[in-house]
Design a protein around this ligand. Structure first.
Ligand code: FES
Length: 100
């Protein structure tokens, strides 16, 4: 963890997982990364055609775009996730015992 406190909007890159990137079509992150790398895809449209990811609600298209940009720059590919400092977490709320 960095000594600098996280600010709203800070993010880190998470390694790709076997979790879905596109929930509409249940396309996993690793499948999208593999398609981008093996088929040398350059646009969201090409990823849509190759994997169906991004063809539904469109919520995953920014993540697909991020992966495409990382691939184009030769950077490690992963999903952006917000940085949340543990110290920012609130303690669990105390629930009073029931009145009997
Ligand atoms: S989550 Fe990918 S199109 Fe809806």
């Amino acid at each position: 963890m960095s000594d600098t406190p996280a600010k709203p909007g800070d993010y880190t890159i998470r390694q790709t997982t076997d979790l879905p990137l596109c929930y509409c079509f249940n396309v996993k992150e690793q499948a999208v990364v593999a398609a981008i790398q093996t088929k040398k895809l350059k646009t969201v449209r090409e990823v849509q055609t190759a994997t169906s990811a991004g063809c539904g609600c469109g919520c995953c298209q920014p993540d697909i775009q991020t992966l495409l940009e990382q691939s184009a720059k030769g950077e490690p590919m992963g999903i952006k996730v917000p940085v949340i400092e543990a110290r920012d977490a609130k303690p669990p709320m105390e629930i009073p015992p029931p009145k009997i």
